[in-house]
Design a protein around this ligand. Structure first.
Ligand SMILES: *Cc1c(COP(=O)(O)O)cnc(C)c1O
Length: 431
């Protein structure tokens, strides 16, 4: 134990000296916790402590960690090949995964572009939209419309469609493309969206559609930009507006895809199909980095017949066989079980466990949808302090700003969910 503890300290010290962490100062302000293993819904820290994981590693680990089925998929694929370039070559995992994604997503989405991360999938989507408009003789249609409170990734194109305030656009001056923004819908999930809510975007499209390539948004759940759940009806009305003004519709389902909101894809709540769809995060069950951008055949054909005769993108690790094989295993594992029942069970457990937070003076809202539970605070909490408290409770929950939230792996049992939610209520009540 003594030895384990000193090794843990050494890791922490070297990490502080050498390694940059997500959205962090260097060295980071709070404590960084070394992990040496993860299995099921538990993370093992280097000092021997175990934490129940309420984050699914940022939406990804839907089946939990160290899953025998996913492990086997990696090992099997490793025997054939870990990677091979995708220019001029193809392989069974990529073809089979593309087939699966096309089958599971709505009708017009028939072509799959693989990339290495969610942000890149968004870059690809934006590029597709612009190249499509150019190829069909509309070279002025280059701008995007995005929602305030949205989050689409950290590369420059993706950043340009993230919320301008939380995305700190002012830090990046002229480098960032200027896009159009409209307020996110306020009508809550489950309610019809009044026409008045469409006015801002409708007016914007009416005035500027000749310079707008696409509207991009996260359907139903705005994730990292504020954990906001909104009316699915908004998406139906937006689809009609995009058609009327000849603008493409891009759904970013990188966070919501693969069951998280209670439907396989959040777009199913609205029964609306986009022209372009971005997938990532839980695509490989949290094992490897892989993302996909799907588009309609019309978009693919138009781009391919346009100037250049090709879509101008091609990551080195495009269609990585290990990642594709793991994604196939993860998706087949998901859809072969009654996962809807599990997500509904988690939603009920989250509702019940987080309910006591409603009466706390520090709290403005408590909301749950699918396997997502959110406590919204009146004031931002100090992350370092709050994070350390969660670890003391034996739970891994990482808040940001005014949001204390969890999105557990779908395999988490009710007792563990109760511990996660009890820790959330306890930590918030001590603020
Ligand atoms: C996380 C996320 C991204 C970016 O994905 P990365 O893999 O982190 O690049 C884009 N869009 C949404 C909705 C996300 O949640």
């Amino acid at each position: 134990m003594k030895h384990a503890e000193s090794e843990s300290r050494r890791l922490q010290r070297l990490d502080r000296e050498l390694v940059w962490h997500p959205y962090a100062a260097s060295p980071p302000r709070g404590e960084i916790f070394p992990v040496t293993g993860a299995s099921g819904v538990r993370l093992t820290l280097a000092d021997g402590r175990e934490l129940i994981d309420g984050m699914a590693s940022w939406w990804c680990a839907i089946h939990g960690y160290n899953h025998p089925v996913l492990n086997r998929a990696v090992q099997r694929q490793l025997q054939d090949m870990a990677h091979v370039m995708f220019g001029g070559l193809t392989h069974p995992p990529a073809v089979k995964l593309a087939e699966l994604l096309v089958r599971l997503t709505p009708e017009p989405l028939e072509r799959v572009f693989f990339s290495d991360s969610g942000s890149v999938a968004v870059e690809v989507a934006l590029k597709m939209a612009v190249q499509y408009q150019f190829a069909r003789g509309m070279p002025r249609k280059q701008k995007m419309v995005a929602l305030r409170g949205g989050y689409h990734g950290d590369t420059f194109g993706a950043m340009s469609v993230c919320d301008p305030v939380t995305g700190m656009h002012h830090l990046f001056g002229e480098v960032l493309a200027r896009q159009h923004f409209v307020a996110a819908p306020e009508t809550p999930f489950g309610q019809p969206c009044p026409e008045a809510e469409m006015r801002e975007i409708s007016d914007l499209l009416a005035e500027h559609h000749d310079e707008i390539a696409a509207v991009i948004l996260e359907p139903v759940v705005q994730g990292a930009g504020g954990m906001h759940f909104y009316s699915a009806d908004y998406l139906r009305k937006l689809r009609a507006l995009c058609d009327a003004f000849d603008v493409l519709l891009i759904f970013d389902e990188i966070a919501t895809g693969f069951g998280r909101t209670g439907k396989l894809f959040a777009l199913e709540h609205a029964q609306v199909a986009p022209d372009i769809l971005c997938l990532g995060k839980s695509l490989t069950g949290g094992y490897m980095t892989l993302a996909a951008t799907l588009c309609s055949e019309e978009i693919a054909t138009t781009i391919s017949q346009g100037e250049g005769g090709a879509f101008m993108h091609g990551p080195t690790f495009m269609g990585n066989p290990l990642a594709c094989a793991t994604a196939i295993a993860s998706i087949e594992l998901l859809i072969s079980q009654p996962w809807q029942r599990e997500v509904q069970r988690i939603e009920r457990a989250l509702q019940e466990g987080l309910a006591p937070a409603r009466s706390l003076a520090q709290v403005t809202d408590v909301r749950c949808l699918g396997a997502i539970g959110v406590i919204e605070l009146k004031q931002a909490a100090d992350l370092a302090t709050v994070q350390a408290k969660f670890v003391e409770h034996g739970v891994w929950v990482r808040p940001f700003g005014r949001l204390v939230y969890c999105m557990p792996p779908f395999i988490m049992n009710d007792a563990d969910i109760a511990r996660v939610t009890a820790a959330m209520v306890a930590v918030v009540s001590e603020l």
